[in-house]
Design a protein around this ligand. Sequence first.
Ligand SMILES: Cc1cc2nc3c(=O)[nH]c(=O)nc-3n(C[C@H](O)[C@H](O)[C@H](O)COP(=O)(O)OP(=O)(O)OC[C@H]3O[C@@H](n4cnc5c(N)ncnc54)[C@H](O)[C@@H]3O)c2cc1C
Length: 497
Amino acid sequence: MTSAIIIGAGMGGLAAALRLRQHGFTVTVLEKQPRPGGRSNVLEENGFRADTGPTILVMKYVFEELYRALGLNLDERVRFVPLDPNYRIYFHDDTSLDLFGNMARLSAEVERIEPGATERLFRFVGAGAQKYDLAMEFVERNYDHLWELANPRAGLRLVRTQAYQQLYHQVASFFKTDKLRKAFSFHSMFLGLSPFKALAMYSLITYADLVYGMYFPMGGIYSLIEDLLTLAREREVEVRTHAPVAQILVEAGRAVGVKLESGETLRADMVISNADLPYTYQTLIPAAYRKQYSDARLQRMEYACSGYILFLGVNRHYPQMRHQGLFFAEDYRANLDAIFRTHTIPDDISFHLNNPTITDPSLAPPGHSLLYVLAPMPNLQGTVDWDVAAPRVRDKLLARLERIVDPDLRRHIVWEREYRPTDWLRDANAVYGTAFGSLAHGFFQSSYFRPHNKARDIGGLYFVGQGTYPGIGMPMVLISARLLTERILRDVGGSHG
Ligand SMILES: Cc1cc2nc3c(=O)[nH]c(=O)nc-3n(C[C@H](O)[C@H](O)[C@H](O)COP(=O)(O)OP(=O)(O)OC[C@H]3O[C@@H](n4cnc5c(N)ncnc54)[C@H](O)[C@@H]3O)c2cc1C
């Protein structure tokens, strides 16, 4: 039986483990943290159950495909509720806009803000569809050679959709008001990328949100990780927690196993790292074998942003809220420049406001609500002292929440936790404390140019998750697990066991 060791039990690591197991591999997953899930984790205290990572599930069909590949039906194992609207967007002047997937309702909302915008909204969504089709040709594939990027049909569509333009600039050509420009450009933030830097191609995420819809798995996103762990147990995939890997063992140019921090060594036919790729190269691979990603090259790469999360358990209900909310700073560009260019704390903070108890009251004790407030923040490439910054950020967030949720909010908080960029570094070995994923999605860190899922300098070493292609976000890391499995099956010669 072919054996594989996977370093890290993130969503990508677990999906890859189950897929390889389905093909007869013996798989051991080694996770440093006490609880698997990586960036998709959970906090359970005082009757509150809070996802600590992703809360927005789009492209559900990708999750369904994983389960089909495992011979299962996702909807028979996890109960999903569609969200409607996808988000409520709050603006600085106390107005709001609901982003519905239903086009008639969305256009009514858009007309309230910008009379006459419906026709441009429809053109924007149509252009998003073209970008989505275009992007998927590059997302759903493995790469071996640069020339695989050369695709005349895609090239034509690239020119037609001008997907190479700057995202914000292109959105601004469809909408006249600052509010709609914000509402239809922010999605690149999910990839850790400023809309002022991202390619217009990434309005495909807006399209996926609107057209494929957003879903909430009852029990929270972590219920998906829990189901993958149940399957791992049932199918004899060993998932070991408290098992930090210290080194990938390389013999004669080939990865042959790992050494744990405890000193224990484990051998296997291949090693797959789900840990951050720059971290894997810098820390786990002996310097003598690192030809492809030197320290200097890793330093030149562009890293995604981080975030600050405030978790609040509140002894009240807020039926006027929607499950997902977004608040945009008045000066959008200044906010994004602070996060991405100067690596400083923005004066005016934008944030994602999630109230999952609207959909699933079981995530809090009866009569209580759970608020998850995620503010994008600079990664640790700057000099922010988080012991000083965190209380200030918390205060600003609470002041804004008092305007949009409850003027008496502070009096009703019965449980509170926070998560800082330094926590991702400590817990997940996330390079520079990056939140959504480590490597930003600029053109030269996407598709063929993103680190490949197979090391070129070391035989038998593979990668899965956000550090390799297609990239950041749950649907992408699940696609990466499929691409990795296809790659490995090709390498080991298809059928085995
Ligand atoms: C706050 C936040 C909000 C997000 N929001 C969304 C969202 O709404 N929608 C969405 O789709 N995505 C979202 N994301 C992104 C998404 O969660 C990630 O892109 C995805 O979960 C990454 O999965 P992964 O498989 O690449 O691995 P990771 O989750 O990065 O896991 C890697 C694992 O490797 C382990 N590890 C590291 N070093 C070692 C070692 N030496 N030995 C053993 N184990 C090790 C780590 O502990 C970790 O468990 C969000 C992320 C965060 C943090």
